[in-house]
Ligand binder design. Structure first.
Ligand code: FES
Length: 224
């Protein structure tokens, strides 16, 4: 791990990027990111980013899961410990709730507001501002296709159409088997490898319409 220097001597570089192994808790990255966090390059195409993309999403979501118990309570407490006031912890708390439940329902907003002692309207306003928070249930695999400029020039619309065709869905709807929800998103910051697609927490790059069936088949068979 790299280090930076200061006038008082070397200072350990401590930016774990997750509410991890600093402070009162001693959690591994795996514990913090989730029990099926994948931080390695996937076997068949796609690139796992250095950190889980935002927000993290499990394959098996539990819309009725309690907020927060067990390891999730530990992670929530850790998040709280990193900020001077509870309001500042709202985004990571919502991330955690979405990771657990798959979407942020009005009831989840209310529960998060109670947990952070914030007005419910404030939580609702923040949640509705960010498109990354799913306001409706999504399938096991949330497929987000970038159709912004770089990807659009390289066939993003055709990739989107291919995902819709091969999942038998319409934009934003979930397939009958509950496996797939396909949405269109703005730039995923992978403009150099268009078309970029984010499926749950994983990036797939250089996706073409012809590569879509193989991606879906792999998801059906192996999960992510
Ligand atoms: S335009 Fe698609 S990733 Fe940037």
């Amino acid at each position: 791990m790299s280090e930076t220097s200061s006038s008082s001597g070397p200072v350990p570089f401590r930016n774990p990027g997750w509410a991890g192994n600093t402070g009162a808790f001693d959690l591994s990255e795996e514990q913090v990111r989730g029990d099926d966090y994948v931080g390695v390059r996937p076997a068949d195409g796609g690139h796992a980013s250095g950190a889980a993309t935002y927000p993290y999403m499990k394959v098996e979501k539990s819309p009725e899961a309690p907020l927060f118990e067990g390891p999730y309570r530990e992670r929530f407490d850790k998040i709280l410990s990193r900020y001077p006031e509870s309001r500042a912890a709202l985004l990571p708390a919502l991330n955690l709730a979405q990771e657990l439940r798959g979407h942020i329902s009005p009831e989840t907003m209310r529960e998060v507001a109670v947990l952070l002692d914030l007005p419910e309207a404030y939580v609702r306003g923040v949640t509705s501002f960010y498109t990354m928070y799913n306001k409706r249930p999504v399938g096991r695999f949330l497929i987000q296709v970038c159709t912004n400029i770089s990807c659009n020039l390289c066939g993003g619309d055709e990739v989107l159409a291919s995902f819709l065709k091969h999942t038998g869905t319409e934009l934003g709807s979930t397939s009958a088997d509950g496996d797939f929800t396909v949405t269109e998103v703005e730039c995923l910051a992978a403009c150099g490898t268009p078309t970029a697609v984010q499926i749950n927490s994983r990036y797939y790059e250089n996706v073409t319409p012809d590569s879509v069936p193989a991606i879906l088949e792999r998801l059906r068979k192996k999960g992510e």
